[in-house]
Ligand binder design. Structure first.
Ligand code: PLP
Length: 415
């Protein structure tokens, strides 16, 4: 029963360094967040020892009474959050959830229509290097030069390509996605509507983003982005037949034993989302993103689509001599973690890019509000205005480390 520190000092020390990195840096990758110590405690629980193939009360192993109880709780809570009838909480990740949707509803070679990776879609929405682009015949819609989805154009492409599934949802899109319009398009061409709300799920839960229900036939999300839970995925639907197919697609289709410890942690995270304080968090996430929008625009930077409706902004450097990669590196030197991103009308390669994506969820979870975001946004602009000034980057790094120190995430005993 030795502690990690005693049992494996090497791993312990790496984890300690990671905690320090997360504490001292400003995490502004739009897909990242900080879970609560309670979520982490459930993740590190004895449920990691348990095999529970199957579903609650229909298992292939004995001794699953408590696994049944915790999975059932997670299902009931997530159905309550999103207002749906059926949920599968077993997907190991968002990509696994999406793989199961396709496996449940498509045959190999069937047509899907999703958002282009370079315009903000996810790899699993039909991108060529992903199973979704390899196993299915994928077609794409994108954004216009104004950075927005043109729904008339999506309909036009859907009419020509006649997909069996239309995927809506994105990894890098700063505007609200209109699920109602997508449903009208899907209905017009007889397609199934699949909404992947991985990025905005925490906002949807707080009614701070349009809900995919009742429009989408099937919905997936990750649990670790704006939802602030453990890494994992969920699939939801109101259709009993689809629910049955999804369950078979996850197990025994593409997964074996569920990660019961992660399911327990999902249940804890869902309880947090159901708490009345969640609405305040989601509102603050959006308010903080609006501060980023305002300061960046005031300081002369170009934002894709001109601003944001959600938790992220996309900054375009199409007209600048430096790239998204240069900006990413300079900001990292200043203690701010973002990621480079392609932008509409991209002229550089996907590895270099002409943009960055900046998100507000993680720093909002640390308790930062408009005042701190105003300060940070100005520091971001200072770095971008002086992209080669390494001395300035180091100076800003010091200032931001001091700010970060005032917003403790975890105390030493958490991990
Ligand atoms: N769907 C969207 C829209 C995403 O942004 C992501 C992750 O970035 C995923 C799915 C995949 O999630 P995971 O990384 O857990 O496989």
């Amino acid at each position: 029963n030795a502690s990690l520190e005693v049992a494996d000092s090497e791993v312990f020390s790496i984890i300690e360094k990671e905690l320090k990195r997360q504490t001292n840096h400003l995490e502004m990758i739009a897909s990242e967040n900080f879970t609560s110590p309670a979520v982490m405690q459930a993740m590190g629980s004895v449920f990691t020892n348990k095999y529970a193939e199957g579903y609650p009360y229909k298992r292939y192993y004995s001794g699953c009474e408590e696994a049944d109880a915790v999975e059932q709780l997670a299902i009931e809570r997530v159905c309550k959050i999103f207002g749906c009838a059926y949920a599968n909480v077993q997907p190991h990740s968002g990509s696994q959830a999406n793989a199961a949707v396709y496996a449940a509803l498509l045959q190999a070679g069937d047509r899907i229509l999703g958002m282009n990776l370079s315009d903000g879609g996810h790899l699993t929405h039909g991108s060529k290097p992903s199973f979704s682009g390899k196993n299915y015949s994928a077609f794409y819609y994108g954004v216009e030069l104004d950075g927005r989805i043109n729904y008339d154009k999506v309909l036009e492409i859907a009419k020509i390509t006649q997909p069996k599934i239309i995927v809506c949802g994105a990894s890098a899109y700063a505007r609200e996605i209109d699920f109602k319009k997508f449903k009208e398009i899907a209905d017009e061409v007889g397609a199934i509507l699949f909404a992947d709300i991985a990025h905005v799920a925490g906002l949807v839960a707080a009614k701070e983003h349009m809900s995919p229900f009742p429009y989408a036939d099937v919905v997936t999300t990750t649990t670790h982005k704006t939802l602030r839970g453990p890494r994992g995925g969920v699939i939801m639907t109101n259709d009993e037949e689809i629910a049955k197919k999804i369950n078979s697609a996850i197990f025994p289709g593409i997964q074996g034993g569920p990660l019961v410890h992660i399911i327990a942690a999902k249940a804890v995270a869902f309880k947090e989302v159901l708490d009345s304080s969640w609405r305040e968090y989601a509102k603050q996430v959006k308010a903080n993103a609006k501060v980023l929008e305002r300061v960046l625009l005031e300081r002369g930077f170009e934002l894709v689509s001109g601003g944001t409706d959600n938790h992220l902004v996309l900054v375009s450097f199409l007209d600048k001599p430096f790239s998204g990669k240069d900006a990413d590196t300079a900001l990292a030197d200043a203690g701010i973690t973002v990621n480079k991103n392609t932008v509409p009308g991209e002229k550089r390669t996907p590895f270099i890019t002409s943009g960055i994506r900046i998100g507000s969820p993680a720093l909002t979870a640390r308790g930062m509000r408009e005042k701190e975001f105003e300060f940070i946004a100005n520091k971001i602009c200072d770095v971008l205005d002086n992209i080669e000034d390494k001395v300035l980057h180091a100076k800003i790094n010091k200032e931001l480390e001091e700010l970060a120190g005032n917003f403790v995430i975890y105390n030493q005993s958490t991990y």
